[in-house]
Design a protein around this ligand. Structure first.
Ligand code: PLP
Length: 461
């Protein structure tokens, strides 16, 4: 064994303790450190010929790279939809690496059963029934991709084409209908050979809504009657967290044949609170469902879950048959369900957080975040220089400059907020107007944080 490597083996507890100390300092200080990185990145170092050992690497990381990392896991990073990592999920994530299980299948481990247990808990948390099976993937983009891949296979089944064998071309054009799809849906369509251009936007409800007009969706389905279609319904749009009427969309299946995929990347968390659960009424009727976990469950990147009612078609798409891997029989192993073959035990951080805080603890995070979004929204309304672009429906505040909200002036405001080190919001365009989004999804954000964000916004005008 290399001498430095052997030295690290001998001093493994000390190395892990040193890493723990760095991590504990970082996490404890998150609320106080700059929210966004500033200044130039360090220059690239040459590939080390001789290693410096684990503690040397830790010192090098702490000096060269850590100071330039963002405080995105902290309470005032409101860009995109960014969750942090609950204490228990962080511990679970460390142990994922320490145990280093390969979740392609059982492989002599019980870890596979832990993933199944976690998926079953999540299914219950989001109000899905036992017909939905699920698996962990890296994020909502991958969850949407898997859902659409199963939908593509379903379309093949309807047309008598085995897409997994004959390819997407054998299917002919397959339209995907959606009101306000997340950009990852188009990306998934590109990956799956469906083509980005087959994403057909359906009209939205009037009054600046981002929810689909179900009558317009019905008309689009009627136009395509006789051809299978995929409908992507949205449960939580990124700008205004609007929700399609899932129950009404699902009811259209009595008259039209389509695969219903629901992108509930973060909106599905409405199900955790009796106050907001009606927003996702009908979710269980979906053929496939996407939920991100590194957003509102507050587990570390990268984790999402995908659910489907048609595991048989999922296996048709993703099975990875080889004499050494085994053939899917009975309960399929995970390598037959997702794009990856080897997989980390991505479920463990979620398992830890669910055991540690339960349904009640996670519901509290959701409800507090919504209350804080409304608090910021009210504060913005009261500021003369800013105005809301849409009502605060759930956990995102979409706003802009009260006067002359040009792209350049709005971007300047976002840069000034980031430069303060106090908060981070991200630009968007809503209904043709450049604006900013402040998304609340971090487990530790408080009223005091929210008021600090408001003060920074006011000072940056
Ligand atoms: C509604 C929705 N779908 C999909 C995604 C993609 O998520 P990820 O970055 O985890 O792939 C996002 C990310 O913000 C989202 O908000």
């Amino acid at each position: 064994m290399d001498r430095t490597l052997a030295g690290d083996l001998a001093r493994l507890p000390e190395l892990l303790q040193a890493a723990r100390d760095v991590a504990a300092r970082e996490v404890a200080g998150l609320a106080g450190r700059p929210v966004a990185a500033s200044g130039p990145a360090p220059g690239r170092a040459p590939l080390p010929a001789e290693g410096v050992g684990g503690e040397g690497a830790l010192a090098c990381f702490a000096e060269r790279w850590a100071p330039g990392f963002s405080g995105s896991a902290g309470p005032r990073y409101l860009g995109f939809v960014t969750g942090g990592a609950t204490p228990a999920s962080l511990a679970g994530d460390w142990l994922t690496s320490a145990f280093d299980q390969n979740l392609s299948g059982a492989g002599g481990s019980r870890a596979e059963e832990l993933e199944r247990e976690t998926v079953a808990w999540l299914r219950e948390l989001f109000g899905l029934g036992p017909e939905h099976s699920g698996a962990f993937v890296t994020g909502a983009t991958m969850s949407n991709t898997v859902g659409l891949a199963i939908g593509r296979e379903w379309a093949g089944e309807r047309l008598g084409v085995d897409v997994s064998r004959q390819g997407a071309a054998a299917l002919g054009p397959l339209d995907v209908l959606s009101g306000s799809p997340h950009s990852s849906v188009a990306k998934a369509m590109s990956v799956l050979g469906l083509g980005r251009d087959r994403l057909r936007r359906v009209s939205l409800l009037p009054g600046g809504r981002e929810a689909v007009d179900v009558a317009a969706l019905e008309a689009a389905l009627a136009e395509r009657a006789g051809r299978p279609v995929i409908v992507v319904a949205n449960a939580g749009t990124v700008n205004t967290v609007d929700f399609d009427d899932l129950r009404a969309i699902a009811a259209l299946r009595e008259r039209y044949d389509f695969w219903l995929h629901v992108d509930g990347a973060f909106g599905a968390f409405a199900a955790l609170s009796p106050r907001y659960a009606a927003l996702v009424d009908g979710l269980d009727a979906a053929d496939s469902v996407c939920v991100d976990l590194h957003k509102w469950l507050n587990v570390p990147y990268d984790a999402a879950v995908q659910f489907t009612r048609r595991r048989d078609l999922q296996v048709a798409v993703f099975h990875n048959a080889s004499p050494y891997l085994g053939l899917p029989a009975g309960e399929p192993e995970f390598l037959h369900l997702t794009p990856e073959n080897s997989r980390r035990l991505r479920a463990l951080p979620a398992w830890f957080s669910l055991v540690a805080y339960g349904r009640t603890g996670h519901r509290e995070i959701v409800e507090r975040n919504v209350a804080l979004a409304r608090r910021l929204g009210a504060g913005i309304e009261a500021l003369p220089g800013l105005s809301l672009l849409a009502p605060v429906r759930l956990n995102v505040v979409c706003f802009t400059l009260a006067e002359d909200p040009s792209e350049e002036r709005v971007a300047r405001l976002a840069r000034a907020v980031a430069a303060s080190g106090e908060a981070f919001v991200t630009p968007t365009v809503y209904d043709g107007v450049p604006g900013l989004r402040a998304a609340f999804s971090n487990w530790r954000t408080s009223e005091a944080d929210t008021d600090r964000v408001l003060r920074v916004l006011a000072a940056s005008l």
